[in-house]
Design a protein. Structure first.
Length: 317
């Protein structure tokens, strides 16, 4: 369930990113070279065109993409790939086909197209963009190891601030999913420390990424909090019980602090999740205390007094 939720938020901006990128590409296709022209006896069943070249097909595919007719768009991009395999528009046919599969949530097929684009067109201006999308698709397939590898490689490339933060946060999300909590904790802490008070975070995209980093720092401390066990009092270990209770409370407070910082980034999705987790945090603590094994020498009445004393100790939280 946690993985599915994470995937949902990981992909939440996919359609907007893809469409904005597509509009950019359409705008840029203004200087073209003459390419082979296909003339048909009957109109093409997909496009309705009797004559077309690779540029016309790309425009037609992009139009279908923007209308969210991804299955038809894929067929048009395939036509470019099979008929115009030497065209200057071939890289975008592969890339747009991958984006179409991604929007259809057919991530395995999208991965194939992204891998083809990345291996064949390493000098293309959209190479880094394709690497980001490829890593995202691997994450959507729960292949967190491969996703981490790609985001790690991206973080070492020359990126602008926004892309760098996204690569680092996404890499550490993968490490969290792989349960490398200490490594992910260090990575998230480093990125928020570096950019929390930086003017660059005024970008909504960067604030989204920082909110995500704070949220998962909260989740890491939540994991530590849940795993921390308070030993059963036996009359001889009062100090150990007190120390472990304090440790558990510290994990709770650290989780709460990071959830609050996620809230303060002003992103609705992460604010909603963080707010829920804060309430859930205290409910979990209360239930854990209530269901703790009681010392065998205590009666029911004495156990109730013991429980009330525990609640007094944590009331300051």
């Amino acid at each position: 369930m946690i993985v599915m939720k994470n995937i949902f938020f990981f992909l939440i901006g996919l359609l907007a990113v893809s469409c904005a990128w597509m509009q950019k590409r359409n705008h840029e296709i203004s200087r073209i070279q003459m390419e082979p022209l296909v003339i048909l006896v009957k109109p093409d069943p997909i496009t309705g065109l009797e004559t077309f070249n690779a540029h016309q097909l790309l425009q037609e595919g992009n139009s279908l993409f923007q209308q969210q007719k991804y299955e038809l768009a894929i067929k048009v991009y395939d036509r470019i790939i099979t008929v115009f395999d030497q065209s200057e528009h071939l890289p975008l046919a592969y890339l747009n086909k991958a984006l179409s599969y991604e929007n259809l949530q057919k991530f395995t097929l999208a991965i194939v197209e992204y891998e083809t684009f990345i291996s064949r067109f390493q000098s293309h201006e959209d190479y880094i963009f394709a690497k980001f999308r490829l890593a995202t698709c691997y994450a959507a397939e729960n292949n967190w190891t491969r996703s981490v590898e790609i985001f790690d490689a991206l973080s070492k490339m020359k990126l602008d601030t926004q892309d760098y933060i996204e690569a680092v946060v996404s890499m550490n999300l993968g490490l969290y999913m792989l349960r490398y909590y200490e490594i992910a904790e260090s990575g998230f802490a480093q990125i928020v420390h570096q950019y929390e008070d930086n003017s660059a975070q005024n970008s909504p995209v960067i604030r989204f990424q920082l909110a995500q980093a704070f949220y998962y720092l909260g989740e890491i401390y939540y994991q530590y909090f849940e795993a921390s066990q308070i030993p059963l009092p036996d009359g001889n270990n009062d100090d150990a019980v007190q120390q472990q209770l304090e440790t558990k409370c510290q994990f709770l407070l650290r989780a709460q602090t990071n959830y609050i910082k996620a809230l303060r980034q002003g992103n609705f999705e992460w604010a909603t999740r963080a707010g829920f987790r804060i309430g859930n945090l205290y409910e979990t603590f209360y239930n854990q205390l209530k269901t703790m094994p009681k010392p065998s020498e205590l009666s029911e009445e004495q156990h109730q007094v013991y429980f009330e004393e525990l609640l007094k100790k944590i009331a300051i939280l």
